[in-house]
Design a protein around this ligand. Structure first.
Ligand code: GLN
Length: 536
């Protein structure tokens, strides 16, 4: 195998942005002409994050092949601009399920099934399979969690063994740690990092490179101290400061020499990186000409990570429109007939994102109504589109108690209904939604047809309910048009409102396909409509 491997672990605390470090390094290697893929190993026991509350885990990122994956996979796709697969994210849940299934089938020939070697072999074989299938020059492997977590151990043991499996000269180990600043002492502290590396050594892994996350400049003195205590070459201790924007991180890491030392460790030829396009993104992001304030009306607004890809997509659309997008987080539960105009009268666009369950739905419906009646640009995504349909059914078509059967099974007007093939899935909720990329045909003359500039698109999905075609004619006649459709299954994918400046609801999740240098057409159109309204 020609692929080289970079393993990225985290120390001291979680939430250090290991994912961004991995994604940023991926971009730097790609900018040198190397092909790159990235995968994430998650130590939790869920099979995938699909069943987790967004407050636990942030957004669930959906891959084209229908994987419900960690949100870091979204960072990877956005930074290296490669389409990744569900195989790029493996969890303990998947690993143990596979091992136990094999055991039940007698696949271990009477042996005692153990964490080492059976679980670790399963982990290694998954990593190697990604390398074989994609055949990149470099495969970056991020291990979730923090060194010292009990559940991380099999993963760390597996990556330790990888050195033996593919050759030490083909592996590099990066440890991302925190260098805290103690204000009382006025000092940055390296001790937690020393302890974390000690922990790594006890497992048998000597990091080659340490990436120091810090709020303050990590001086040469401290970097030298870390190098000395942790057996690391001084230029392999890399500073990684907080950045104003995620997209500045690769440029910062380049300046601090991360890619150069990785390339040296892997024995690859060093090449001059071409970061022109990436610098242009950052430049545009820093210098907007227009402004738009956009409300996200959701139920997980306290945790912005729950809507990560939407936030990034708005950023991309801002970059494309040279617009500073100011997000106003609106808790759907706080939107009532009394508060709605106070909460939404100062915004130039209203976005209602996806979600599950009943909480906050009334507020979402009121937000839709406000957008529809006041000509505010509106984008509804998945559940947001479904609530746009419900609002129209109730307030324009006057359909009594119209609702989605997800929350009102007895409604006389289930304008959003369970998909036929989903009826048996309600008991087994993991991985059974309509997931991943499906095609959608756009209607001639529609706004989306114009935005996309093509008539067949492919978008990613994650839903169980759909627009009920029994009501289609009524909606069409009253001015809510189905302008995007999955032809194979006759599923409504996009609605547009006639006579409104910009009102679009999409059953799919456009946010998973937006890229910093290639904003998604729907988001781009939405932000454009919003800044134009602001300037009027
Ligand atoms: N709960 C809705 C459904 O299952 C919408 C899902 C979503 O917004 N991702 O269809």
């Amino acid at each position: 195998m020609r692929t080289k491997f970079v393993f990225i672990t985290g120390g001291v605390v979680s939430s250090l942005g290991k994912g961004i470090t991995a994604a940023g390094l991926g971009r730097l290697l790609k900018s040198r002409g190397y092909s790159v893929s990235i995968c994430k190993l998650d130590p939790y026991l869920n099979v995938d994050p699909g069943t987790m509350n967004p407050y636990q885990h942030g957004e669930v990122y959906v891959t084209d092949d229908g994987g419900e994956t960690d949100l870091d996979v979204g960072h990877y796709e956005r930074f290296i601009n490669e389409q990744l697969s569900k195989n790029n994210n493996a969890t303990s849940g998947q690993i143990y399920s596979a091992v136990i299934e094999r055991e039940r089938q007698g696949g271990y020939n009477g042996g005692t099934v153990q964490v080492i070697p059976h679980v670790t072999n399963e982990i290694k074989s998954r990593v190697l399979k990604v390398a074989q299938n994609i055949d990149p020059d470099v495969l970056l492997v991020e291990v979730g969690g923090t060194v010292g977590d009990i559940e991380s151990l099999p993963f760390l043991e597996a990556i330790r063994q990888m050195k033996g499996a593919v050759g030490a000269e083909n592996c590099a180990f990066i440890h991302v740690t925190l260098i805290p600043y103690i204000s009382a002492a006025g000092e940055l502290k390296s001790k937690p990092t020393q302890h974390s590396v000690k922990e790594m050594l006890s497992i048998g892994i000597q990091p080659d490179i340490i990436v120091c996350r810090s709020e303050r400049h990590v001086t040469k003195d401290i970097r030298d101290k870390i190098a000395l205590f942790c057996n690391i070459e001084p230029d392999c201790v890399i500073e990684n400061l907080n950045a104003d924007s995620l997209y500045e991180v690769p440029l910062m890491l380049e300046e601090n020499g991360l890619a150069n030392v990785v390339i040296r460790k892997l024995g690859l030829e060093n090449r001059t990186p071409d970061l022109t396009a990436w610098k242009a993104i950052v430049e545009r992001e820093r210098n907007p000409i227009h402004k738009a304030k956009i409300a996200i009306v959701g139920k997980y607004v306290e945790l912005h990570d729950a809507y990560l890809s939407i936030v990034e997509s708005l950023k991309h659309a801002g970059i494309a429109n040279q617009t500073e997008v100011d997000i106003k987080w609106v808790d759907a539960q706080e939107v009532t007939t009394e508060t709605v105009s106070d909460l939404l009268s100062d915004v130039d666009g209203i976005l209602v994102p996806g979600g599950f369950g009943e909480r906050g739905l009334d507020g979402k419906i009121l937000a839709v109504k406000y957008a529809r009646e006041n000509n505010v640009p509106f984008l509804g995504i998945c559940l947001g589109m479904q609530m746009a349909v419900v609002e129209f059914a109730r307030n324009v078509l006057k359909l009594e108690r119209a609702h989605s059967s997800e929350v009102d099974q007895l409604t006389p007007n289930p304008v959003i209904n369970l998909m036929e093939d989903q009826v048996n899935n309600l008991h087994n909720i993991g991985g059974t939604l309509r997931l991943g990329g499906y095609s959608c045909k756009l209607k001639e003359g529609s706004k989306v047809r114009e935005l996309y500039g093509t008539d067949v698109i492919r978008e990613r999905h994650r839903h169980r309910y759909e627009f009920n075609n029994d009501y289609r004619e009524m909606f069409e006649n009253a001015g809510m048009h189905i302008v995007g459709e999955n032809v194979e299954r006759n599923l409504a994918e996009i609605v547009e409102l006639e006579g409104h400046p910009w009102f679009i609801g999409v059953q799919f999740h456009p946010e998973f396909k937006s890229r910093p240098d290639n904003a998604h057409p729907v988001f781009k159109g939405f932000v454009e409509a919003a800044f134009r309204r602001a300037e009027k």
